[in-house]
Design a protein. Structure first.
Length: 428
C-alpha cells in the first residue's frame, strides 16, 4: 500500500520555520518513496484562524517549491463528521457525558508506539486520564479531530515535531477506542536558537515569509531547513533538490534539537547566489533596485549582478551593490576606506590622478584595463594594490569588491572617470 503523509498547519499565524521544516520532511519522504503528500488546514479555532493566514501558509509552501497531491482539506468543514464519530463512541460506552462535554474513557495500562525517530515511547493510561473530545458547544478538540481526519484521509505516517509527543498517547487512545490500526508516528527534533532555547521572535525572524523579504532564495532556504535535524551523511551541505530527495530517509533524522543559525543560512544563500545566473536573479533584484531608487538598462544591471553576486549573502546585498555600480549617489565612504585614505591622502590622490591619465584613452575592456593599470604600477615602482585600492574606494566607497579591472568595466567609462575625478579633487 502506498504511504500517505500530511502537513496540517493551523492558520492562526504565519508559516513558521518549524512548520516549514515539518512540511519539507514530509514532502521529501513522499517524493523519495512515491507516497502521497497531503495538506490539511486545521482551522477549528474559528476566533484565531483567518483566511489571510491560510493564504500566507499556502504561499510560503509554494515559495519553497512544495506541492501537494490531492485537494486541500479544511478541518473546520468536517465538524459534523467529528460529532458523528464522538456520538458513536458515546453510544458504545467508550465515551461518556460529563457536564455537557463528551469525555473519552482511557483504560489503564500501557499506551506505547515505536517512534520512527526515537524508537519505543511509552505512557500509562492512568496518567493520561479521561479527556474531553467534544465540548459542550459540540465543537471537537484537537486530539480527537486530528484522529478522525487522519483516518478519513487514510494517513499512514504522521511525521511532526517533538512538541506533539505528549499528544500521541491521547490520539492512540482514540484509535484504540475506534478499534482501528493507528498510523506510524515519527517526531522530529525541535529547532532552537543559537542560545539553545526554543526558536522564537527574540532570535530574529521566525516566519518563512520574512526570509523571502530579506532576500533569501527559496532553494537556499529549503536546503538549510532540510539540514535542521536531518543528515544526508558525510559532510554534504549544498544539495540540489533531486539530491535531497534521493538522500532523504527517516533514519537520517536526528534525535537532538537542531540549531537555527542565521549566519549559516546567509552563508548557504551566498553559495546559491554564486551558482545562480545573473539572468535568473534579475527578476528578484529589479524590484529591490526600484525600492532603492536605482535605475539602469537591463544589460548594465546584468553585468553588475554578475560582478557582485559571488560576494553577496542575500539578493538585498546584490541590489545594494548593483545600485552603487549604477549610480554614484549610492556610494558612501565606509570607515575602513576613510581610514585608508587618511593614512596617505597625498598617495591616494596621486594614484587616482595617475590612473585618470592612463584610463582616458584605453580600450574599455577588462583585459585592457588590467594591463594599463599594472603597467602604471610598474612605472611608478609600487605594488599594484597601491593603484587598485584607491580606484576601488573611489568607485564603491569600500575596500572590497570584484577585481578593479572588472569593476571599472561594470561601472562604465564615462561614469568611472567622473567618479575618479571627483575623488581625486578631494570629494571621495
Amino acid at each position: 500500500m502506498t504511504d500517505r503523509v500530511r502537513f496540517a498547519p493551523s492558520p492562526t499565524g504565519y508559516l513558521h520555520v518549524g512548520g516549514a521544516r515539518t512540511a519539507l520532511f514530509n514532502w521529501l519522504y513522499a517524493r523519495r518513496t512515491g507516497a502521497k503528500f497531503l495538506l490539511r488546514i486545521e482551522d477549528t479555532d474559528k476566533q484565531r484562524s483567518t483566511d489571510e493566514h491560510t493564504q500566507v501558509i499556502l504561499d510560503g509552501l509554494r515559495w519553497l517549491g512544495l506541492d501537494w497531491d490531492e485537494d486541500l482539506t479544511f478541518q473546520g468543514a468536517r465538524v459534523k463528521r467529528h460529532q458523528e464519530v464522538a456520538d458513536k463512541l458515546l453510544a458504545e460506552g467508550k465515551a461518556y457525558l460529563d457536564e455537557g462535554v463528551i469525555r473519552l474513557r482511557v483504560p489503564p495500562g500501557e499506551i506505547a508506539w515505536d517512534d520512527a525517530v526515537h524508537g519505543r515511547i511509552s505512557f500509562q493510561g492512568e496518567d493520561i486520564k479521561d479527556f474531553v473530545i467534544l465540548r459542550s458547544d459540540r465543537s471537537p478538540l484537537y486530539n480527537f479531530a486530528v484522529v478522525v481526519d487522519d483516518l478519513d484521509m487514510k494517513i499512514t505516517l504522521v511525521l511532526r515535531g517533538d512538541d506533539h509527543i505528549s499528544n500521541t498517547p491521547k490520539q492512540l487512545a482514540v484509535y484504540r477506542a475506534l478499534g482501528v490500526e493507528p498510523p506510524r508516528f515519527g517526531h522530529v527534533p525541535m529547532i532552537n536558537g543559537p542560545d539553545g532555547k526554543k526558536l522564537s521572535k527574540r532570535h530574529g525572524a521566525t516566519a518563512v515569509g520574512d526570509y523571502q523579504h530579506l532576500g533569501l532564495l527559496p532553494a537556499a532556504m529549503r536546503n538549510f531547513l532540510a539540514l535542521l535535524g536531518w543528515s544526508p551523511g558525510g559532510d554534504r551541505e549544498v544539495m540540489t533538490l533531486d539530491e535531497m530527495i534521493q538522500l532523504f530517509s527517516l533514519e537520517g533524522i536526528q534525535k537532538k534539537a537542531a540549531i537555527f543559525d542565521v549566519k549559516k543560512l546567509e552563508w548557504m544563500n551566498g553559495q546559491y547566489l554564486s551558482l545562480a545566473t545573473a539572468e535568473s536573479l534579475y527578476d528578484l533584484v529589479r524590484p529591490q533596485l526600484e525600492q532603492l531608487g536605482a535605475d539602469g538598462r537591463k544589460d548594465a544591471v546584468l553585468r553588475a549582478i554578475t560582478a557582485v553576486k559571488t560576494r553577496s549573502r542575500t539578493t538585498l546585498d546584490v541590489a545594494r551593490q548593483v545600485a552603487v555600480r549604477l549610480d554614484a549617489k549610492f556610494v558612501a565612504l565606509e570607515d575602513k576606506a576613510r581610514k585608508e585614505i587618511a593614512k596617505d591622502t597625498a598617495g591616494y590622490t596621486a594614484a587616482l590622478q595617475s590612473a585618470l591619465e592612463v584610463l582616458q584613452s584605453v580600450d574599455w575592456t577588462p583585459e585592457a584595463l588590467e594591463r594599463v593599470l599594472r603597467e602604471l604600477a610598474e612605472r611608478k615602482g609600487v605594488a599594484s594594490g597601491k593603484i587598485f585600492q584607491p580606484i576601488r574606494i573611489a568607485l564603491t566607497g569600500g575596500t572590497v569588491s570584484e577585481p578593479v579591472n572588472e569593476l571599472l568595466y561594470v561601472v562604465g567609462k564615462e561614469a568611472a572617470l567622473k567618479r575618479l575625478a571627483a575623488s581625486a579633487t578631494g570629494s571621495p
